[in-house]
Design a protein around this ligand. Structure first.
Ligand code: S3P
Length: 208
């Protein structure tokens, strides 16, 4: 077998055994999106990769990246764990809703929500009623998400992860909201951020 035949065979075996293999070269994301789209919102549980994927996507689009937790921290001058411990979760959720409304007032943005943002009906309505906005759910099983969070340097300061049974309860409660809000769901179980962006792009051009 010639070298080139061997390479072709190896490639076809690779793509058969990896049904979700993503070609290295792809058109710019901006060429794939509907022309009137103004916002992409990333939702999903902690560890889904909302921030990492969001940054990459925004950079590719030449849009601004906004992280809702960061916005809350900038507006209050407090960290998220500080707000949870000093003001309580209900106060955090109010601040989160206010920041969400402000963020959705902007155009040409990729916005990473907090894992709990879709819990509140107000937030779900805001997301559903903001025009020209695509919500993308980054999915992975809870075990995968937890493992990812534990490998992150800030794992210990995520208040909602402190109690594993509580995290399980929240995941189950939020899952239907994530799914219902989503125009697109991307399974991130086996993908890194670059592959997730590529999958997202593929699914935008062939919506579910
Ligand atoms: C939360 C998730 C966090 C942050 C806060 C509460 C949650 O955001 O908003 O700690 O309720 O799941 P990330 O999903 O970005 O970690």
């Amino acid at each position: 077998m010639s070298t080139s035949t061997a390479a072709t065979t190896a490639n076809s075996i690779k793509s058969e055994s990896m049904p979700h293999a993503i070609p290295a070269a792809r058109p710019p994301v901006s060429a794939t999106l509907p022309g009137d789209l103004r916002r992409i919102v990333l939702t999903g549980f902690m560890g889904a990769g909302k921030t990492t994927v969001g940054r990459k996507l925004a950079a590719e689009l030449g849009w601004d990246f906004l992280d809702l937790d960061t916005l809350i921290e900038q507006r209050t001058g407090m960290t998220v764990p500080q707000i949870f411990s000093e003001k309580g979760e209900a106060a955090f959720r109010q601040l989160e809703s206010l920041s969400l409304a402000v963020a959705l007032g902007r155009k040409s943005i990729v916005l990473a929500l907090g894992g709990g943002t879709p819990e509140l009906l107000t937030n779900r309505l805001l997301l559903e009623q903001t025009p020209r906005t695509l919500t993308v759910y980054l999915h992975a099983p809870l075990a995968v998400l937890t493992a990812r969070c534990l490998n992150q340097p800030d794992a210990v300061v995520r208040p909602v992860l402190a109690d594993s049974l509580e995290a399980e309860r929240r995941f189950a409660q939020r899952l239907p909201h994530y799914r219902r809000l989503a125009g697109i769901t991307v399974d991130t179980t086996m993908t890194n951020a670059t592959e997730t962006v590529a999958l997202l792009q593929k699914q935008v051009s062939a919506p579910q």
